[in-house]
Design a protein around this ligand. Structure first.
Ligand code: ADP
Ligand code: ADP
Length: 228
């Protein structure tokens, strides 16, 4: 589904964040990226939906090479949902309005349809009772579940998660991981940067270990965690 070939990323300040990173994410796969802080995990994730440009190498989406201006980046981003460490919800919009905003703007679906979808998604992430309140009245775990529903509202082919539980109090990590597990079980293609090794071991089809901008290991979890 997404292939990266010898991808290098050098930031304007000279930081060499990715070094010849070659990966192949297949449809329906759950790939977990682990590695120390600063090893390039977040940069790698952001190159997949072109939030970050690459310095050299190639990224191929569904067989089509992406070169800067030639591909429709907005279209690509609609097909790739992203969830960040910080939830980035709009504080002046209700939970339901947060989920409805992007699909109303870009997909040409009717408002009635978008409302029904938002309600279904919020029910699915366990927030049926919280649809009409403002994000500031929710716990961190609930806000992150809204952020996941908001990303799903675009009906993406693929979901990227950048340390989705790192900003949460420990007791809220489980509820977010449970939503992610159910997505994985339904066959969603997912790339997840996380320090949650239990999730990686249990849910990942493959685990990629990065260090100092390079991909050190790309293997099934049994081969990475099984020896411990
Ligand atoms: P990780 O997600 O593994 O913590 P990052 O991808 O965030 O790693 O960062 C990789 C390296 O790139 C780090 O040395 C970081 O300081 C650097 N870096 C990340 N973002 C930028 C940026 N916007 N400009 C310059 N350097 C950056
Ligand atoms: P993460 O590892 O989750 O990306 P960081 O703390 O490394 O978190 O980065 C937070 C933000 O700061 C990111 O948007 C990243 O691009 C930016 N950033 C990180 N390192 C640098 C840097 N050396 N120079 C400029 N921006 C940076």
């Amino acid at each position: 589904m997404i292939v990266t070939v010898d991808v290098d990323k050098i930031y304007p300040n000279g930081c060499h964040a990715l070094k010849k990173v070659t990966t192949n994410i297949q449809r329906g796969e759950v790939v977990v990226i682990i590695g120390p802080s600063g090893s390039g995990k977040s940069t790698y994730l952001r190159t997949l939906n072109q939030l970050e440009t690459i310095t050299s190498g190639e990224i191929i989406v569904d067989g089509v090479k992406m070169y800067g201006g030639e591909t429709n980046i907005n279209k690509l981003r609609e097909n790739i949902g992203m969830v960040f460490q910080s939830f980035n919800l709009f504080p002046h919009l209700s939970v339901k309005e947060n989920v409805m905003l992007a699909p109303l703007k870009v997909t040409g679906r009717s408002k009635a349809e978008v409302i029904l979808e938002a309600e279904a998604l919020l029910t699915r992430v366990g927030l049926a009772e919280k649809m009409d309140i403002y994000p500031s009245h929710l716990s961190g775990g609930q806000q992150q579940r809204v952020a996941i529903a908001r990303a799903l509202a675009m009906k993406p082919d693929m979901m990227l998660f950048d340390e989705p539980t790192s900003a949460l109090d420990p007791e809220m990590v489980g509820e977010v991981l449970d939503v992610m597990k159910s997505l994985a079980a339904e066959g969603m293609t997912m790339v997840v940067v996380t320090h949650e090794m239990g999730f990686a071991n249990e849910v990942a089809d493959r685990v990629i270990f990065m260090e100092d901008g390079a991909l050190l290991v790309d293997d099934i979890p049994e081969n990475i965690f099984g020896k411990v």
